[in-house]
Design a protein around this ligand. Sequence first.
Ligand code: MSP
Length: 672
Amino acid sequence: MAKNFYITTPIYYVNARPHIGHAYTTIACDTIARRQRLLGSDTYFLTGTDEHGQKIQRAAEAAGKSPQQFTDEVSAEFRALWDRMRITYDDYIRTTSDRHKRGVQELWRRIRDNGHIYKGSYTGQYCVFDELYVDVGPGQPCSECGRPTETVKEENYFFKLSAFAEPLLQLYTSQPDFIRPETRRNEVIAFVRSGLRDLSISRSTFSWGIPVPDDPKHVVYVWLDALANYITALGYGSDDPSKFKNFWPADVHMIGKEIVRFHCVYWPAFLMAAGLPLPKSIVAHGWLLFEESKMSKSRGNIVRTETILDVLGADALRYFLLREVVFGQDGSFSFDALVQRYNSDLANGLGNLASRTLAMITRYFKGEVPYPSNAAAHTGEEDLIAALAKHTINEFHELFEQHQFSRALELAWALVAAVDKYIVENEPWALAEKHDEHSRSRLATVLYTSAEALRIVTALAHPVMPEATARIWIQLGLGEIANASLADLRWGQLKLGTKLGKVEPVFPRADKSAIERMQMIEDQQRNPAGATEAQPATGTQAPPPSASQGSAPLNKPAPAATPDGKITIDDFSKVELRVAQVKVAEKVKGADKLLRLEVDLGTETRQILAGIAEAYAPETLVGRKIVIVANLAPRKMRGLESNGMLLAASLEGGKPVLAAFLEEVPVGARLK
Ligand code: MSP
């Protein structure tokens, strides 16, 4: 009977549009799911979106939309991207769906009826960005992400997390693979050993969530709501528990390292409290960095997946991310590195091996796989290639099981390099010039060996690069790659006389313009108003005399102007002006005019540098509401990144005056 295999991605928050950080997790899961299917497992792959909570509610308000409309739109964007990338998810769960709500309420009741929930009151700090209760004093930043926290004083329901410290520690000991890699496991153990406090699991000061059963004034804490997706998608709490029976417990919850605590501490504790089986493993990967910091919307340093799909295609991105980044560790993304890797490993590596081998078989053997008929035509070299291929198959499986994708691919590409060298040394094109029987057999041997190695690498790489390998498979004359079985992959299965398909290049070489094109598309996305013309994206030039360096005098002409100097309403609407509240203000060392501000935009906190130090003492700014240009490309000043620009009147010979409101306005509101 086929083994069942259940894998999940985190469900993505819909406050931000998808970027390659999200794609990274989804690609890793898709690769594992595809491989499991090829191995014959009955596989279920779940992804979806996390749509409740204060962060999302505020993001919707800031966008001037109802939370439902807003979440519908962004969730559809994630899904459309996964569809465009041909991600083979079996289900897409949304936490705003009825099936999910029912399941969450059922989970709540089970935990409550088992005696693990009580009512209390919570006064403390809450980080909206992480949707996390943090143990810091009022006014102090979040201990996890450094963003400002808010004081929450509410009557809440509490979960008796403290009672689960011992069972959790036992779990980590008895099931060492529960958390992977080891470094994350050690962190979790240290965290639990340092003591667990009961956890507030409801909120009552906003309503965008799932009502608590029998007390609908409260909504379920967004992390309890979100984590439950892994079982509600399988029909937990519904009338049809068949999928839940088949696939739970999950084989792998794949996550980014920043949400380890939620998955490795809270989630198993909730499940234990409900009397449900625990997932088999939680695998945490590192972050994709761009320009040295974590790629994220709030830092403004994201790269959109679509840009790479447009220029190089999904397979190039998939290969790059899994080959370049050591899984579990942080890895840098750059367009240069992407194109370099594409050219060296795909265009010159696998692509070249495929096109030269298949083109020679077409030319010298009328497109039919030849077989060495003469034993003398067989040398020790072929034995070496066959032995290397066998070793590659075994090791590749082993490394993939341990999620060491980059090492597995490195190994497979060592086989590509060995076969390349073998072809160069044996010069089949020279053998083809000779017409004696031995040369002909030798030519057949060399081309058979090359094609068989190509077949093996193609099969192994298929879960990583599904489209390109499917094309090579057809060119090899083997038909639908989906019908191939990875479990039985062995040297020597390529049959004599197999008729090749039409030989076409699979990875055309990318030239330098590919990098420029991707950079240009991204620049346009980040800076739709063309604001970089007025504000260089990077640089450390001295502040001009009046309010600038991250502040925009109100009388400055707008960037895109018609010949008479006027702009259209469309031009204006490209500039995203928003109300923000200053949380932190301080002088920048060595810069008399500059202040460093941390401002709250409702959905996120930004750092902005502004040349207003001569007009405003930092402490007078904290708590003040200001206006910022929110979609300005980030730039560096004095080594610090300024992510936006505040608005101030620039007075001739005088000091800048900040734009302000007479009436009360909510943080994040857009100015139109
Ligand atoms: N909604 C929660 C998860 C709930 S799961 C029950 C959440 N969402 S998120 O949108 O912030 O995205 C989380 C995941 O996206 C990360 O755990 C990670 O898998 C992926 N990534 C987002 N940015 C990333 C990088 N810069 N690099 C790598 N992965 C990143 O947390």
